[in-house]
Structure formats: C-alpha cells, structure tokens
Design a protein around this ligand. Structure first.
Ligand code: PLP
Length: 387
C-alpha cells in the first residue's frame, strides 16, 4: 500500500508521466520546435520546484510562470533556466524581474522605456546584473513581446508591434521572442486560424532578426495550430489533465497516450460506528438511517476539496470501491461513509485516471468547472510525494 510522507494525506505525483506527456506533445510538432513548460500556479498544483528541477535534468530548459514571485521561488531553489513571466509586465515588478533574472512579457512602450533605462543604469553601475556563469545570464534583460490576436486581454495591438520592436532594437533590449495566446483552439478552428494569421502577419517579418515565435497552448498543440513555430507553451496537457470534461476530449487524450500525473490519497484519521438517527458534521445535513461506519479524513476545503462537494463527493478505496462523502465538507476534514466489507487503509480522494467517479474530470463536472481549477486549488499544505 501507500506510504505517507508527513500527513495522513498527500498528493502522489509521477514526474516521469509529466515528462512523457511532454514527449507526446512534442511529437505533434516540427522537429525544431522547443518547449516552454508552463509551471505557473505551482505547476498547476503539482509543485513547480520539483517539476522544474526534474524537467531541467531531462532536457527542458524553458519555463513560464504567471508572477515574479513564482519565478523567485524557482530561482531560490536553484533553477537556472529561462523563466518567462506571463501577463502584462508592470513597472512595479521591474526590481523583482531583474533581481531574479526573469523574462517579462511586454505589451507597452512605457514598460520598455523603463526596462531599457534600468538595464542601462545597471550596466553603467556594473551593478545588479552579474554574470554568475549560469546559462540564465544570456537572458538577463531579454523580453518576450506579446501580441493580442483576438482575446482582448494581454498583449499589444498587432499594428503596434513594429514600434515596440523598433524601440528594442534601438535601445539594446534583446527580444527573445514574440508570442500570442489562443482563446479557443480546442473547439473553434476558424477563430484560431484567424488568430494565428493575425499573429503571423504582424510577427513573421522579425524572424530574420533571430526573434523566435510561439503561440500554442495545449489545445493549440493537440489541434495542430502553431506547431511549426519555435516554441510551444503547454500547461494543462503536460500534467495529463483534460482541457474540458467532454468524453471526446478524454478519448483524444487516451489515443495520444496522455495520462494524469497526480493522485490524491488519504487515510482515515478516525473511524466510528454511528447509530441510526445520529447526525454527522456541521449543520446536521446528514442523518444516519442505520448503524453506519463513518470515517474522518484530513482533507477539507482549505486543502482544495471544494465545499460544494458536501453530500455529493465520492472517494474510492484503492481498489476502486466508491464511498460517499456525507455531511458538510469542513475546512480541514471530510466525513465519509465506509462499507464494512471493502474498508481498507488508503483511499483515493482524487484518482489519476479520466473516468473514475473521483477523477479530476468528474470532480470538475460536479463543480461545473474545469480540471485547471480543480488542480490549481490544491493547497500548498498538502504534502507532495514524488515518484
Ligand atoms: N500560454 C499562456 C500565455 C498561458 O496563459 C497559458 C495558460 O493559461 C498557457 C500558455 C498554457 O495553457 P494550457 O494550460 O491550456 O496549455
């Protein structure tokens, strides 16, 4: 059975599965296409430090996060690879970006002006930017410029790209790459095609300056958009989590061989026999009809087990028998009705497959959300066990 690290619950994460999922995604692309592994939000709950270290040891040297603080955590853990920070870079972030040798995603000339000025001052003072011999140094001061090709969220207008690039070329700011992001690559090929064309029209002329291009998130990669450019930027699919809850999506994942890398396990902290008429948990929402075996697990909404699953959630024995979550989900505990005959030591709170009642996909269905939210809600306090 399962050996727990520090608590009677933990996430079991298979790093090799993540690497294998990346291999599958890369195989959909041109030979020259490299990977920026998206490890924001603590690697979608999987643990950004461990994921980055493992991938870096296995030939992945580009990562993306969503906030400078996430990049700082990686740097402090000794990750020396290229780390891009998504989102529209803001001037308040400049000190953290530079100090941690992070590559901002830029949409405005105002940011570039401040960035160039800071780089110039640092160079003059022979200051903050030091050559520590790591490969990260080659990216210090570099930027990624983002073009908005139809999401109206992040990035510059396509027609403004020319002035941003011109500024960079004239002011010693190295442009690592130009990117855009797809809004609906999974199920709207017509719109995605327009996004890709809009982007390429604006950005292609700069390839001759050695500037790289990238567009494809997981959906784009699987549907074949932007897979011949310089990088792909997969997130959810490297963790083997389906992009949506449709059976056809799961079928496609299975066909490609993409597999979930994470399971959530737990062990009861107490098992009681509760008599007929007795109530369980906050607000008396569950009353035992007969003598029932009630187990408490150390898993609550503060761990990422959503309170909306009160009276609805299912966990399974490690042999697959479903057991209903009864009563309210508390902050730090759930109560579960066990079956006498199938009780065992360890239980899956979340299964690492697509179809079990407690797979992330089914949980997302129940919560009317997507696996992204289920995974990124998994709290920092849950121990992660890497296998
Ligand atoms: N690229 C950008 C700019 C993103 O914001 C994200 C995630 O939201 C990704 C790539 C990865 O997307 P996905 O997890 O759908 O593969």
């Amino acid at each position: 059975e399962f050996s727990f690290a520090k608590r009677t619950t933990c996430l079991r994460i298979n790093l090799d599965t993540i690497l294998s999922n990346i291999g599958i995604l890369k195989a959909q692309c041109s030979n020259h296409t490299d990977v920026i592994a998206v490890i924001k939000a603590n690697a979608y709950g999987h643990g950004s430090v461990e994921v980055a270290r493992y991938l870096s040891r296995h030939g992945i040297h580009h990562f993306a996060v969503a906030a400078p603080s996430e990049g700082k955590v990686l740097r402090q853990a000794g990750v020396t690879d290229f780390i891009q920070v998504f989102g529209n870079a803001n001037e308040v972030e400049i000190p953290d970006l530079l100090e941690n040798k992070l590559v901002p995603t830029v949409a405005t000339i105002e940011f570039l002006q401040l960035w160039a000025e800071k780089l110039r001052l640092n160079k003059e003072n022979n200051g903050l930017i030091s050559n520590d011999g790591s490969n990260v140094h080659t990216h210090v001061g570099s930027v990624v410029i983002k073009v908005d090709s139809g999401m109206s969220r992040n990035g510059c207008q396509p027609e403004d790209l020319v002035s941003l690039i011109k500024f960079c070329l004239g002011n010693g700011v190295h442009v690592h790459s130009i990117m855009t992001h797809f809004s609906q690559a999974w199920d709207d090929p017509d719109f995605t095609k327009i996004q890709l064309e809009t982007f390429l029209k604006a950005a292609s002329p700069y390839r001759k300056h050695g500037i790289k291009l990238h567009t494809a998130n997981s959906a784009g990669i699987i549907q074949g958009f932007g897979v011949d450019l310089d990088f792909i930027r997969p997130g959810i699919a490297i963790y083997g989590q389906p992009l949506d809850n449709m059976p056809s999506t799961i079928a496609q994942y299975e066909e490609l061989g993409l597999r979930p890398a994470m399971a959530w396990l737990a062990r009861p902290t107490l098992i009681k026999t509760v008599g007929p008429g007795q109530v369980v948990g906050y607000d008396q929402t569950y009353k035992c009809k007969e003598e029932e075996i009630v187990a408490t697990f150390p898993v609550g909404y503060a761990d990422g087990y959503n309170r909306l699953l009160s009276g609805k959630g299912l966990i399974t024995t490690i042999y697959g028998t479903p057991c209903p979550v009864i009563g309210r989900v508390s902050m730090d505990a759930i109560t579960v009705k066990l079956h006498k005959d199938t009780a065992c030591q360890d239980y899956y709170i979340l299964q690492d497959d697509f179809t079990s009642a407690n797979s992330t996909t089914q949980m997302a269905n129940e919560l009317k959300t997507i696996t992204y939210e289920v995974c990124t809600s998994l709290s920092q306090r849950l121990p992660r066990l890497y296998i």
